[in-house]
Design a protein around this ligand. Structure first.
Ligand SMILES: Nc1nc2c(ncn2[C@@H]2O[C@H](COP(=O)(O)OP(=O)(O)OP(=O)(O)O)[C@@H](O)[C@H]2O)c(=O)[nH]1
Ligand SMILES: [Mg+2]
Length: 642
């Protein structure tokens, strides 16, 4: 039952009852196509949540002619809920948006968490058109990722180049194989039944492997029970390699690009994320066709999807502008996949409904969550798509619209997994990715070394950290201050990239897909390169934290606060104002947030700590002077009458 193909109605009236509509709009679906059971179950069970109630309101508005009686009864309770929320907001001043990941099924997920323009044009992409895009793409590709899901037993093969310029020295074959298996098991219905590292001298043009290796592998594969797919863990297999391997093995063969696409597809809940997956898969499909007419049609689909995504990008820009207008600075939480970004956000925002999952690319939709800092200032934590090494550039490029939220953040929180053996490579991959999304070099990066609970002996000096898996927890405020770093220039980091258009061209031209986000190691020896990665990793100051035990998170909060105050040109002020007096209301109106404490021994004064810009301070002083003057006038007129 598709109830929601109509454009989104005006939401202005609804929003007006929310004081902080930036957050509420972030929690709102843009062009959501919810199913009825979702509305009923989810909203009724979660009616104490602000975001849920907003969804309820939108749904109510969007299906005015809905006759479903159960929905009707829910609608009747809506008004009461709205008022409850209003009161709640009035008393607490702030309600963060919630993420529903933990509580709903993928198919029932809110369609997008970004705001929509309040006009008739606000539907991001028409569902029928999207279906036709996928259908047409399927005709050419022999199956698109969304329709040809991977399931069953999988054999993971890692071709490992023993030596030469293509050898990877910052990691080991075993670590890469583990990552490949983790990728495979991130898919819902896939089990890894065997895995193998196959050492090769180079990737053979027709079959990747040498003749003898191919015979051995084929024999092994044919003897395997319950096998449905062979995953060859290289970036992209050429058309001929794919065909030859499939013929040889007699089962379906997939490469890393296809596997990652399948994971993205399974984890993409919003229309935006789905469109991004489709955009990433079309160039891939183009490499599989030789017909010019087919290529042309795929090109026109790519154009259409890009146009639709540009629209999303504009909407995101609107949301960002709104945040700026409303003075909600944003913190983008970035990092390698599975390092604990979502868990950190859950811990920092205090929102237990957001749960991290032990899966690669668990988060594919950029979501925003409110966080209140100790000074009372409110900010938005933005959860982002994790990065991974050797992710084909066109895959990353298609997520550009989403990643722009990270690029425009006031502060970046880089979450690293301290317990991961491949953390050097993780660090470089993330730095390279941040560079590729054009993160300004002036944006402060706060690095958090997460999962410290998995490491023993966390009080060692940073020197001993290099060789053992130990970490030093910061102890002084200077340490906390020193955890800030900035993205260095590409010159310094010797990072080499190709642009989005280059990447797509390479992808579409196909046979040899070599674009990588890697350190340019052309003039480095293997050991030099490893040394370089170590230096990069250990020279980046970091805070040791654990999202699980909450250890070290207070330091992180202080570091965030310090940086946000700096980038928004604010300073902290502490003042004592008459309790319940007009000055307090003036301050609240100007600043919007502060922490207020009334001392029991002197209750006539309220102690207020607040962060203000110079301009806000000047306005506050001016208003207080005007107040004093009008009080004086009033006093003298009263005295005159007497
Ligand atoms: N032991 C331990 N586990 C953690 C910690 N933080 C996160 N995890 C676990 O790490 C796994 C990944 O956590 P997520 O928060 O989903 O990681 P993520 O970076 O958001 O992952 P993606 O969205 O897939 O990129 C989950 O199983 C978490 O429970 C921590 O501090 N300690
Ligand atoms: Mg996540």
């Amino acid at each position: 039952m598709n109830l929601f193909c109509r454009p989104v109605p005006r939401l202005a009236t609804l929003r007006s009852c929310f004081q902080h509509n930036v957050f509420t709009s972030l929690g709102a679906p843009s062009s959501g196509r919810f199913c009825c059971s979702y509305q009923h179950n989810h909203l009724q069970s979660r009616h104490s949540s602000g975001a849920s109630i907003l969804h309820s309101v939108i749904l109510y508005r969007r299906i005015p002619r809905q006759t479903n009686s159960s929905l009707g009864s829910w609608c009747r309770s809506l008004t009461t809920q709205s008022y409850q929320l209003k009161e709640l907001k009035a008393s607490t001043g702030f309600r963060p948006a919630t993420d529903h990941r933990g509580s709903i099924n993928p198919g029932n997920r809110p369609d997008s968490e970004i705001s929509v323009k309040e006009d008739e044009d606000s539907t991001v992409v028409d569902e029928a058109e999207y279906a036709s895009l996928l259908h047409e793409a399927k005709i050419f590709g022999g199956g698109v990722v969304s329709e040809s899901g991977l399931s069953g037993g999988m054999f993971v093969i890692l071709p490992w180049i023993k030596w030469g310029p293509q050898q990877k020295n910052a990691t080991t074959s075993q670590l890469l194989l583990n990552e490949a298996c983790a990728l495979a098991t991130s898919l819902k219905d896939v089990t890894v039944i065997d895995k193998e590292i196959v050492k090769i001298r180079f990737e053979a043009k027709q079959t990747i492997f040498g003749t003898g290796q191919l015979i051995t592998l084929t024999q092994k594969i044919r003897d395997m029970r319950g096998l449905s797919t062979v995953f060859v863990s290289i970036d992209i297999l050429s058309r001929s390699q794919l065909r030859n391997l499939q013929q040889e093995f007699g089962v379906r063969v997939v490469d890393r690009y296809w596997l990652v696409l399948s994971i993205f597809n399974q984890h993409a809940y919003t229309t935006e994320a789905k469109m991004q997956v489709a955009l990433a898969e079309l160039p891939y499909l183009k490499t599989r066709t030789r017909e010019d007419s087919e290529r042309e049609i795929i090109d026109s689909r790519i154009k259409k999807l890009r146009a639709a995504l540009r629209k999303v990008q504009r909407q995101r820009e609107n949301v960002r502008q709104k945040r700026t207008q409303k003075d909600f600075p944003s913190i983008a939480v970035v990092g390698y996949t599975n390092t604990g970004k979502t868990s950190i956000i859950s811990a920092l925002s205090g929102d237990s409904s957001i749960v991290g999952r032990d899966q690669l690319f668990a988060t594919l939709d950029v979501t925003a969550h409110g966080m209140q800092l100790p000074c009372g200032m409110r900010s938005v934590l933005i959860d982002t798509v994790g990065f991974i090494q050797d992710l084909p550039t066109s895959l990353l490029a298609s997520f550009n619209a989403t990643l722009q939220d990270a690029a425009h953040a006031d502060v970046v929180l880089h979450v690293r997994d301290l317990s991961h053996p491949d953390r050097l490579m993780h660090h470089t991959t993330v730095m390279a990715a941040l560079y590729s999304i054009n993160l300004p070099s002036t944006t402060p990066i706060i690095t958090l070394d997460n999962k410290a609970d998995l490491i023993t002996d966390v009080q060692q000096t940073s020197k001993s950290r290099e060789d053992k898996q130990t970490a030093r927890a910061p102890t002084t405020s200077a340490d906390i201050h020193n955890c800030i770093s900035y993205l260095s220039s590409d010159e310094q980091h010797k990072i080499h990239f190709q642009s989005e258009s280059d990447a797509t061209t390479v992808a579409t031209e196909g046979e040899e897909y070599v674009t990588k986000l890697l350190v340019d190691e052309s003039d480095m020896t293997n050991s030099e390169r490893l040394q370089f990665l170590k230096e990069q990793y250990y020279s980046t100051p970091s805070l040791i934290v654990s999202a699980k035990t909450k250890k070290g998170l207070l330091n992180a909060v202080h570091a965030i606060e310090e940086q946000l105050l700096r980038v928004t040109n604010r300073r902290l002020y502490r003042m004592k104002l008459p309790t319940g007096g007009p000055q307090v209301s003036i301050l609240r109106k100007i600043v919007g947030f502060s922490t207020e404490t009334i001392n029991e021994e002197a209750p006539e004064k309220t102690e207020i700590v607040t962060a203000m810009t110079e301009k806000q301070l000047a306005t506050f002083k001016k208003r207080c002077r005007e107040l004093a003057a009008s009080n004086l006038e009033l006093a003298s007129s009263v005295a005159g009458k007497e």
